[in-house]
Design a protein around this ligand. Sequence first.
Ligand code: HEC
Ligand code: HEC
Ligand code: HEC
Ligand code: HEC
Ligand code: HEC
Ligand code: HEC
Ligand code: HEC
Length: 373
Amino acid sequence: MTAHICCTSTLFQMVFRRSSYLSPGGAVRADNAGSLAGDKMGRVRLSVLILGLGLSGLVAGQDFVGSARCSPCHSEQSRRHSAGMHARALSRAENSRMPALLDRPVAERNGVQLKYSRTPEGWTVEAQLGRDRQNALLTWIFGAGMFAFTPVGQREGRYFEHRVSWYSALQRPGMTMGHPASMPTSAAAALGQPQTPETIFRCFNCHATNVKPGPDLTAMQPGVQCERCHGPAGAHVQTPSPANIRKDSGIAACAVCHRMPDENAANKTAPEQADPLSIRFAPVGLMASKCYQAGGALTCITCHDPHGRPLPEKPEYEQKCQSCHAPASLVTSKCPRSENTQCLGCHMVKATPLPGLTFTDHRIRVYREGWKR
Ligand code: HEC
Ligand code: HEC
Ligand code: HEC
Ligand code: HEC
Ligand code: HEC
Ligand code: HEC
Ligand code: HEC
């Protein structure tokens, strides 16, 4: 596509009046906040690396072997996992649909122009602001595309998160969540937000497997693969046994990436009221709901298959509800569940805290009048 930049009819317009609501006052990107767990993981990985070097050559127990090694023995988990979004949470640009989606220039109303092209070096963006132009390679595409794709590029040896993302629900590009809507001061700034080695390490470490601080991506497997949850399986593939492989089924194992509630949250009983964006983080809502607090037995995998088809049929979720909540007696409860199984529409609704991003509010509850969305 070589649409001319001044030919407005072929330009994608980023709707900035709406997007400015994406980051009121330049709020900190939720992704980069609250990832202390990521830091800890980083230190664990570092020690693993040092140990690995000491045992050079041999396949050590601490070595990652890659998901392909698991499928001959665990074909069922492998089949389900490869159909889900975890496996696709990160891709190289050349393996992604993103370059095909962003085949036309993006123009912002404030004068920033972004042009995309496929070059022998890779997928490239040129940012233009007045006479100022800057080029950069967009190497990595974050997100499986269920919600969004966000490119991450490199320029002068530094990673940056691109200013433009693709929002699947809107089927158009828009400003990346958390980026300032104000006009960038230079073409370089229009490319996106520069990352430090620590922040970009955290991004990769939540979207990929076997990432080392630096970030060192030489042994990385893109996507949340088997060993991201089960740990390095070198010893296990040599001597298969449940004793030498991790299997964490608690909420904490998922919250390493999906985030734990913020201990300093303004409202711990109804976190989504103080911070509507917190519904993006399922553990936050779930752990504030009575189903979790009163029972204590509710975890993520009560409802979600950790490998599985990511979002099973609705009736499957409702069967999970009914495994704890027997049909109500019409005499003692106003809940009509004895005749109606559509629990989710009344107790676990969807919300759209940002244009194009719709999540499920995991704080299971009775919606009082006016709360329904
Ligand atoms: C050569 C066959 C083989 C390979 C390869 C293999 N496993 Fe296993 N795995 C087993 C056997 C056997 C068990 C024990 C099954 C049992 O006790 O029911 C097992 C058990 C497990 C368990 C369950 C542990 C528990 O506590 O119940 C997990 C998790 C696991 N493997 C993950 C993996 C991962 C991840 C890989 C790839 C990196 C892998 N396995 C590769 C044979 C294999
Ligand atoms: C290493 C980080 C990481 C861990 C650990 C993790 N997730 Fe995820 N999860 C992700 C990312 C990243 C996505 C987003 C994929 C996308 O849409 O781009 C995701 C998406 C999901 C989704 C949305 C549906 C889908 O598959 O896209 C569900 C459900 C989910 N995770 C459940 C879980 C559960 C349950 C656990 C714990 C057993 C867990 N996750 C552990 C990173 C993680
Ligand atoms: C603490 C772990 C963590 C970090 C750090 C992280 N992500 Fe994610 N990311 C997730 C999880 C979990 C999901 C799926 C659920 C959600 O939306 O939060 C996700 C979803 C996404 C999505 C899909 C759209 C969406 O909002 O659901 C994109 C795109 C994305 N992340 C990009 C990035 C980029 C780029 C960075 C670094 C600048 C980053 N992420 C850092 C865990 C993380
Ligand atoms: C998002 C985290 C996550 C990923 C990725 C993941 N697993 Fe698991 N896996 C779990 C959890 C949690 C359990 C425990 C399930 C339970 O207790 O019911 C589990 C259980 C297992 C088991 C025991 C049998 C079972 O199904 O409960 C095997 C075998 C296994 N995983 C293999 C794999 C293989 C192979 C892959 C990659 C193809 C993989 N896992 C990817 C989280 C994960
Ligand atoms: C692991 C068991 C378990 C599961 C699964 C479960 N719940 Fe609960 N739920 C509970 C317990 C325990 C309570 C507290 C009961 C009480 O206080 O009397 C509760 C409370 C509730 C309440 C009342 C909340 C309030 O704030 O008053 C609603 C509504 C509810 N659950 C709906 C659901 C729905 C809908 C699902 C499925 C999406 C579900 N639950 C799944 C155990 C569970
Ligand atoms: C009581 C059942 C239940 C539990 C427990 C549960 N979820 Fe969900 N989750 C759902 C339902 C229902 C959906 C929406 C499915 C759909 O729309 O198809 C969902 C959707 C999701 C999604 C997709 C994005 C979204 O918000 O719609 C992610 C990610 C997710 N859950 C993560 C988690 C994590 C992490 C945990 C553990 C803290 C968890 N869930 C616990 C029922 C549950
Ligand atoms: C049409 C909306 C609607 C549907 C569908 C619905 N509920 Fe309810 N539910 C309510 C309302 C309203 C209340 C509060 C009743 C009251 O005033 O105390 C309630 C209360 C509850 C309670 C707490 C009080 C009690 O009676 O135990 C539970 C648990 C519950 N519902 C579970 C479920 C489950 C599980 C399903 C699906 C099988 C379901 N509900 C379907 C509207 C609904």
